[in-house]
Design a protein around this ligand. Structure first.
Ligand code: C5P
Length: 341
């Protein structure tokens, strides 16, 4: 059943009140840079990526179900709501992991384009884990949820952290960075869902012995130390494979990149395996004007901005009804110790 707007509990109220809907945001990400280093023995690819959360978000409304069942509904026709849904899987796995019988009803309101390289499904799953940790009173916190997040998908652990972060391994070893990127973002939704697995499969044919790029490390050292020009050297190794997978995107991508660059973007790139293109701008006004010119050329453009890790966690904490970020949302230090599980 879909909740009525007036039945959604104000954040100041207690999280665990029975029968009340609670709202948890699930923010999107872009990959400011993505390098594919090789094929791993587990069939995944070894990555080095620079994740960045943005303000565009889905919303998960959740309440305890009286009969102990797990039910997921969604306002987007392309999102499955059964056992295949990542949020459904997150709830079932958390229940098993924590050994509880509690149930939940989750209604998802999608704003993040689906299968677009913005991490929407992974973010929804991470938000479900954090929300259920509160709703079911489990107190696992970010550290306790990490191994579960990892099982659900390579990008899910990142969404337990948020902000500007380095992703290594499958992308699931996440290192929050000290300096956080603050910028305005224009998303160009090319409205063509692309399968991540298919893009990664195509990249295997291109993996040749080469010296590993150190663009991301250079960026971390220089840009985050104040040299903003370094961002333009970042790139996404999946771009060519995404174009092979969806050749009809070649023209639109080229046009989108040109419009973003002409509009003053200091980086214009594909996010994840696509097919969302994005531009990074210093000023809101530039971003707004660039989006207007993209719309004039027939593109669907969204203006948003980056969220730092502190802003990301604060947004969660507010919805969880806390003035301060609660201890269980703190990212453990060193985060590394969690990755060996
Ligand atoms: O982990 P997730 O299910 O989101 O990944 C989707 C698919 O993308 C995987 O099944 C895999 O084929 C591919 N992938 C990969 N290497 C990564 C991440 C994802 O090959 N590091």
């Amino acid at each position: 059943m879909t909740p009525r707007a007036d039945a959604i509990r104000s954040p100041a109220r207690r999280w665990r009140d029975a029968g009340q809907w609670h709202s948890v945001p699930a923010f999107a990400k872009v990959n400011l840079g993505l390098e594919v280093l090789g094929l791993r023995q587990d069939g995944y690819h070894e990555l080095r990526t620079l994740f960045q959360t943005i303000a565009l978000c889905d919303e998960l409304l959740m309440k305890r179900s009286s009969d102990g069942s797990v039910r997921v509904s969604c306002d987007h026709p392309q999102v499955p709501t059964g056992a295949d849904n990542l949020v459904h899987r997150a709830a079932m796995e958390l229940r098993r992991f924590a050994g509880v019988e509690a149930g939940v009803e989750i209604d998802m309101r999608k704003a993040i384009p689906v299968a677009a390289g913005l991490g929407g499904g992974s973010s929804d799953a991470a938000a479900a884990l954090v929300g259920l940790d509160g709703l079911w009173g489990l107190h696992l916190g970010v550290a306790g949820l990490y191994p579960l997040a990892r099982r659900l998908g390579a990008d899910v652990p990142y969404f337990l952290v948020g902000g500007t972060a380095l992703g290594l391994g499958r992308g699931d070893e996440v290192y929050p960075l000290e300096r956080q990127v603050r910028a305005h973002i224009v998303l160009v939704d090319l409205e063509h869902p692309v399968s991540t697995a298919a893009v990664f499969e195509r990249i295997d044919a291109r993996l040749t012995a080469r010296e590993n790029s150190n663009r991301i490390f250079r960026f971390i050292l220089r840009d985050l130390a104040g040299d903003v020009s370094a961002m333009r050297h970042l790139a996404n190794d999946l771009e060519e494979a995404a174009l092979e997978e969806a050749p009809r995107l070649a023209g639109p991508m080229r046009r989108a990149r040109r419009l973003l660059s002409d509009g003053g973007a200091k980086l214009a790139s594909l996010s994840g395996s696509g097919a969302t293109y994005f531009g990074v701008f210093d000023r809101h006004e530039e971003a707004r004007r660039s989006a207007a010119s993209l719309r004039g050329a027939g593109f669907r453009a969204i203006v948003t901005k980056t969220l730092t890790r502190a802003q990301y966690r604060r947004a969660w904490a507010e919805r969880l009804g806390r003035k301060r970020v609660p201890a269980q949302l703190e990212v453990p230090s060193p985060w590394k110790s969690q990755t060996s599980k």
